[in-house]
Ligand binder design. Structure first.
Ligand SMILES: CC(C)(COP(=O)(O)OP(=O)(O)OC[C@H]1O[C@@H](n2cnc3c(N)ncnc32)[C@H](O)[C@@H]1OP(=O)(O)O)[C@@H](O)C(=O)NCCC(=O)NCCS
Length: 199
């Protein structure tokens, strides 16, 4: 897809806040994610039961959840969550795009909206944690002027604020000793023009 095609494609993408009543749409979307996408999203192999539990708890702790509808179906879900016990007001973002919708600018569009939501809610930083091999996420982080910190093998560092999932247990991550990249977006070097997502 050319850049101009990509631009017009993302202009047509509806992005809106997801609520509890959207849970069935979210379940469908997560069920459409292949193993590769799930592994990149969670940093672990994900079993159906774990995924079910995760979705069940998604709205439990005041997360702000956005969904992208490029073809009238929900194809991408992004989550923004306050990192607890932080001195500063910091959020963590995580998101997926179904394989069929990737490389069309949807991830970029969703991340832009998540950043705007965070800014408008007074967060000073947004962190994203991904596997160091995740080139697409690293590209998106760079596009949004994130400071990228590689934490190879530094399990303790990544465990301080990993994306909270029922199955991302310390032991699993420690056993794997995976290398992570932490992308930190802060507003001092970030200027963003998109509009806030509709509540
Ligand atoms: C990361 C993810 C959300 C990106 O979604 P997407 O809709 O494909 O992203 P976009 O199309 O908006 O942008 C992808 C960018 O990466 C670039 N890219 C694609 N493949 C690449 C590669 N191998 N190396 C470097 N950059 C690459 C694209 O060119 C594009 O950059 P551009 O806009 O400058 O051209 C999606 O791949 C995904 O769901 N991955 C699995 C889950 C995950 O990793 N989530 C993030 C951690 S929580």
């Amino acid at each position: 897809m050319s850049l101009s095609d990509k631009g017009s494609a993302t202009q047509d993408v509806i992005i809106r806040r997801l609520r509890k009543y959207d849970k069935e749409l979210i379940i469908n979307d997560f069920n459409n994610l292949n193993n590769e996408v799930l592994f990149s999203r969670f940093g672990l192999s994900v079993q159906p039961r774990g995924l079910h539990n995760y979705i069940s708890n998604m709205f439990a702790d005041a997360a702000f959840i956005l969904g992208a509808f490029p073809d009238s179906c929900l194809r991408s879900v992004g989550e923004l969550r306050l990192i607890p016990d932080q001195k500063h007001h910091i959020a963590e973002a995580a998101f997926t795009v179904e394989k069929v919708g990737q490389d069309q600018g949807i991830g970029d569009a969703l991340l832009s909206r998540l950043i705007t939501v965070a800014q408008n809610r007074g967060f000073r930083e947004v962190h994203m944690l991904c596997l160091a091999t995740n080139q697409k996420l690293r590209r998106l982080a760079a596009k949004h002027n994130a400071e990228l910190v590689l934490v190879p093998g530094q399990v303790e560092a990544s465990l301080t604020t990993p994306w909270p999932t029922p199955f991302s247990t310390a032991k699993e991550i420690t056993d794997a000793y995976r290398a992570f990249a932490r992308a930190v977006l802060s507003w001092s070097n970030h200027v963003h023009a998109s509009n806030e997502a509709q509540d």
